[in-house]
Each structure stands twice: as C-alpha cells, then as structure tokens.
Design a protein around this ligand. Sequence first.
Ligand SMILES: Nc1ncnc2c1ncn2[C@@H]1O[C@H](COP(=O)(O)OP(=O)(O)OP(=O)(O)O)[C@@H](O)[C@H]1O
Length: 276
Amino acid sequence: MDQTKTSNNVISLKNINWKRNGNQILNGVSWEVQTGEHWALLGLNGSGKTSLLKMITGYQWPNSGGEVSVLGNIFGKTNIPELRKSIGWVSSSLDQEYQSRPNDTALEVVLSGKFASIGLYEEITENDIKKANKLLEQFRIKHLSNQFIQSLSQGEKRKAMIARALMSSPRLLILDEPCNGLDIYSKEELLTTIEDLTAAPNGPTILYVTHHIEEIVPSITHALLINSGNVIAKGDKKNTLTESLLEKTFRVPITLEWDNDRPWIRIKSMLATVKN
Ligand SMILES: Nc1ncnc2c1ncn2[C@@H]1O[C@H](COP(=O)(O)OP(=O)(O)OP(=O)(O)O)[C@@H](O)[C@H]1O
C-alpha cells in the first residue's frame, strides 16, 4: 500500500451509489481529495452536490457497496459524530437557524462554533474569546462583535458564519454557495478572505460549492463536475474547467476565458439551442 498517499487522504469515495424512489441520485461516484488541495464542486440544480456532501459528512449512506473514508476514518468503523467535529459546513440553512436567535451577537455566534451549537450553552474560556476575536479580526468584522447577528448585512453575516465554522479548527471546511445573495463588492471581499484562509499554514481543506464559476479563486486547485449523479470530470482545475466539459455539465453552449487565474464563462446562445 502507498502509505504516503493514504496519510494525505482527506476524502476517499469509492463507487458510491445512492438511489431514492427509483431515482439514481449518485451513480458510481469515486473521488479522492488530498491534503493541500482545495476543490470546487459544480453541477446544475438537483445534480447531486448536496447528496454527495451528506455522504461525506455521514448524514447519508451509500445504498450498497462503496466505501467512504474522510480524514482517514473509514465509515462503518468510525464514530461519525466525533468525526463531524473536524468538519465545518457553512450553508444558508445555518443563517435560517439563527433567525430564531435574533439577540445573539456576532461574537456569541462565532463562539458557538466551538460546540457546533446554535446558541451558547456551555462555558467558554478566555482563550475561546481570544480565538473568536482573532477570527472576527481575520474576517474584518471585529468592529461588529457586539452587534446582533440578525442586524448584520448578508456579507457580514456570511463572514461571521465562516468564522464560526473555523472556531473548532476544522480540517475540512465545506462552503456551500457562500456568495449567494452578495453584491459584487461583498462577494469579492468574501472571496479575498477565502483566499487568505487557504494561504494560512495548517488551514482546512476547502470544498467550495457554487453555481458561479468565476468564484473559483486561484487557490482552489481542483474541480469536480457532476450531472445527474454522474461525475463528468474531476481533477486539476485547468484540465476540468474546459468549455466542452462545462457544456456537458451545464447543458448550455458556453465560451470560457481565464483572467487572473479565474475562469469566466459566457453563454453562447439562448436555451433554444440547449445541448442534450
Ligand atoms: N431524501 C431524498 N429523497 C428523495 N430524493 C432526494 C432526496 N434528497 C435529494 N433527492 C433528490 O436528489 C437529487 C439531487 O439533489 P441534491 O440536493 O443533491 O442536488 P444539488 O446538486 O445539491 O442541487 P442544488 O444545486 O439545487 O442545491 C434531486 O433530484 C433531489 O430531488
């Protein structure tokens, strides 16, 4: 066995199938993510991205056969709730959960990340407060520490939620459409903080889910393209983010350009000529 490769393995999926109500939602998906790589996950609505993420976080299990291993833990032989402490997942559903706690401050929200709880119920230490403040500073929202989370702008709230996820020092961080609803400036600002995050030594491996390929910032190294539960392509982003593979994934004719190591697409023609 190649020991070096095994120890660098962040995610290993082997032949994952998931079927619901007669529909094949994931079809023989195999995927390896190594330490030092950051991946973008791209696919149309309903293509299976969330199902794949739920597989990785142990909220869903393959129907038959297949093997899931995350951070060296083989599913079926590991304590999943314990493993989840090493995985951060930031999605808009988290914002919704905090709607029931309008009086939590940004600092409290970040602190709650230590316990993966919605709200703070456990004792916090001086060190926890120091760490939360450092994260607020890193995301340039330290001045908002004592402001209620619900009064923050979308962009500020999104940063607070990522800071919250980092409070438990995850080794794997899932950013599920983090720029949704952000204006151009807030989006670029958030992307800059994500770039900083990947540059930090011992930072988490990032899985970045998006519908907007220009959000694939230079530090995202790899991409997985999925369509109807089938992997269309996976690997180094320069080899995966190509016109033909993206057309196959998104089912519209596009042109692709790279600018400052970021991919940009334009739709060539309207849906009347959609490729099947
Ligand atoms: N528990 C379930 N039972 C039945 N079907 C499901 C279940 N979960 C997901 N699906 C179906 O699986 C398909 C893939 O859903 P999934 O949420 O993984 O897509 P997605 O790529 O994340 O989409 P989006 O970009 O819209 O979030 C969809 O057709 C969805 O209806």
